[in-house]
Design a protein around this ligand. Structure first.
Ligand code: DX5
Ligand code: ZN
Length: 226
């Protein structure tokens, strides 16, 4: 029992700051700061105003970021028909490409194509989408990102039943794909981060809790100390 608790406490996680909450007027500076921080990946939210009610950045910006970022770009596509843009995101320098389950008609084919372009392939689930739907595709994915807010905006309140979904996915991962990384995105804070990792999260995305108070570098260090 004690050993179990001990292991949980020291299970490490990767941190992927979401630049959605960064200063878009100084994106170059923000990437430079992240390059020098303890962040592991840089999370980039691409939104089309159709799948989600917001429009953010697109392929040219990802391309520009990849020229200066020295950490993997974790590109979260909140767009319809993501399969149409796989090649372009690969050429733009995305390292991880994540597509939503809810807009993927041929998910197996899409994941295979992402991998064939040399990127890590990820599936994203909205808060209402059941983890069990991944049963037949889990072994073909490198990452699964569980949304813990409704996608579209930073700074929203964490949805509490996400813990249950993480635990369910962690069990499925052990059975079907132990190499899989479980990522959690939305409402992640210094207060809930350790609970999320203990539930089974391997990668935490955080926007507002890293950038909103102007102390991103220190906040990243605090997350990594957990
Ligand atoms: C929301 C995005 C998130 C967002 C998270 O749709 O996918 O990556 O930046 O922001 P916070 O951490 O502020 O909830
Ligand atoms: Zn995201």
């Amino acid at each position: 029992m004690c050993a179990f608790v001990y292991n949980k406490k020291y299970k490490t996680m990767l941190l992927a700051p979401s630049i959605l909450s960064a200063d878009f007027a100084h994106l170059g500076k923000e990437i430079d700061m992240l390059n020098h921080s303890q962040a592991d990946w840089i999370h980039v939210d691409v939104m089309d105003g159709v799948f989600v009610p917001n429009i953010t950045i697109g392929i040219p910006v990802v391309k520009a970021l990849s020229r200066i970022a020295n950490k993997p770009l974790d590109v979260h596509l909140m767009i319809v028909e993501p399969e149409r843009y796989i090649e372009q995101f690969a050429l733009a320098g995305a390292d991880n490409l994540l597509v939503h389950y809810e807009v993927s008609r041929h998910l197996n084919r899409t994941l295979a194509e992402i991998r064939s372009r040399g990127m890590k392939a990820g599936v994203v689930l909205n808060p209402h989408t059941n983890v069990s739907l991944l049963e037949n595709v889990l072994e073909y994915a490198d990452l699964v990102l569980l949304m813990s807010v409704n996608p579209g905006f930073g700074g929203q309140q964490f949805i509490e039943n996400s813990y249950r979904k993480i635990e369910e996915l962690a069990e499925m991962k052990e059975r079907l794909n132990p190499e899989l990384l479980i990522e959690v995105d939305g409402g992640v804070t210094l207060e809930n981060a350790r609970l999320l990792v203990n539930a089974g999260a391997d990668v935490l995305v955080a926007g507002n809790s890293i950038f909103s108070d102007g102390n991103a570098l220190e906040n990243i260090a605090e997350f990594k100390k957990l």
